[in-house]
Write a protein that binds this ligand. Structure first.
Ligand code: ES4
Ligand code: ZN
Length: 326
């Protein structure tokens, strides 16, 4: 109880979350109703009880189905605003949010609707509650590099409001090297980059992300521990790893939080941060992630403070904003 209040009270960053993965069950039902759609579940409890996954792929199947309720600018506004309210209540002062446009544009949703709704919600959250947020555009690694390139072209009108480019989706069998040209193009256009690597995939995917794509951060990165030369490289470069412990538990990347590599990663000197990923699907925002890790791994107060500070330090903000956050 006191540990939870302490953690909730710390000003925190959430650097790895997906807007379309932050939709709470009740909002999903409300949006379905708004559009006259019928879902396979008719109560929030029924929907929540469907959130049991053997692996990443099975989660993604349900997650992409859930994306179908997001259609209009208002929908994107509502889901983003709701996440930022919850993040604020959770003590999050800086949120860096992914959205994957391909889930929506493939069904004819205009990029303008998606960007308009998300950006307006970010502006309102800044004005009304002081939350700082940044938007990252994420492409799907289970689609083609040409598809990703098309997304890069479509988002250029909003380039000034996009803090980075990422990549998610089904990891195994879809190595970062497949997207070397895409990430080169993204960097040429001035974007920072971060990719999901080493969640279910091997250490070699983390190495490719670092050495071939030249990422600024790694999302997850757990598997790097299987390659100690790589660990040394990540530690020397101070490449932030945005770890999501409850996501790892719910997607069975680890069988038990007590087996989670978080503490081992810290012991190797890695720049580890703790983040929410897809909060309702995995049953926790940043505070719940830290509380669960504290209890399963017996984290000390200095270790908790280190993790939280790492998150704020790894945020992609201006020098001026850094001084406010740190
Ligand atoms: C993901 Cl594309 C995407 N969205 C949300 N969570 C993810 N995990 C891996 N890929
Ligand atoms: Zn993720």
């Amino acid at each position: 109880q006191t540990v939870e209040a302490f953690i909730r009270g710390l000003p925190k960053a959430d650097l790895h979350m997906h807007i379309e993965g932050s939709i709470e069950p009740q909002l999903m039902l409300d949006l379905a109703h708004r559009h006259g759609m019928r879902l396979r579940w008719d109560t929030a409890e029924a929907l929540r009880s469907a959130y049991a996954f053997p692996n990443l792929k099975s989660f993604l199947d349900l997650y992409f189905e859930g994306c179908k309720v997001l259609q209009t600018e208002q929908d994107f506004y509502d889901v983003t605003r709701a996440y930022l309210r919850r993040a604020h209540a959770d003590g999050v002062v800086r949120a860096e949010m992914f959205i994957g446009p391909q889930s929506f544009t493939e069904r004819g949703v205009p990029m303008e609707s998606l960007m308009g709704g998300v950006l307006q919600a970010m502006d309102d959250a800044r004005r009304d509650q002081g939350t700082s947020s940044g938007l990252m555009i994420s492409v799907h690694r289970h689609r083609t590099e040409a598809d990703a390139m098309a997304v890069l072209d479509q988002i250029m009108p909003w380039a000034g409001r996009i803090i980075g480019i990422g990549m998610g989706g089904a990891e195994v069998g879809n190595p970062p090297s497949n997207f070397a040209g895409f990430f080169q193009a993204a960097r040429d256009r001035g974007f920072r980059i971060t990719v999901h690597a080493g969640e279910e995939g091997p250490a070699s995917y983390v190495r490719e992300a670092l050495e071939l794509l030249r990422v600024d951060r790694i999302d997850h990165g757990n598997a790097c521990l299987d390659d100690l030369d790589l660990v040394r490289e990540l530690a020397a470069r101070r490449t932030p790893l945005t770890v999501c412990p409850l996501s790892n538990l719910r997607l069975q990347v680890v069988t038990d939080l007590a087996q989670h590599p978080l503490k081992a990663m810290m012991a190797h000197g890695l720049h580890v941060t703790v983040n929410s990923d897809d909060p309702p699907y995995f049953d926790g925002y940043v505070t719940e992630n830290l509380v669960a890790c504290q209890s399963a791994l017996d984290l000390s107060v200095p270790e908790i403070v280190r993790l939280v500070r790492n998150g704020l330090e790894a945020a992609w903000v201006t020098r001026e904003e850094r001084q406010i956050l740190l």
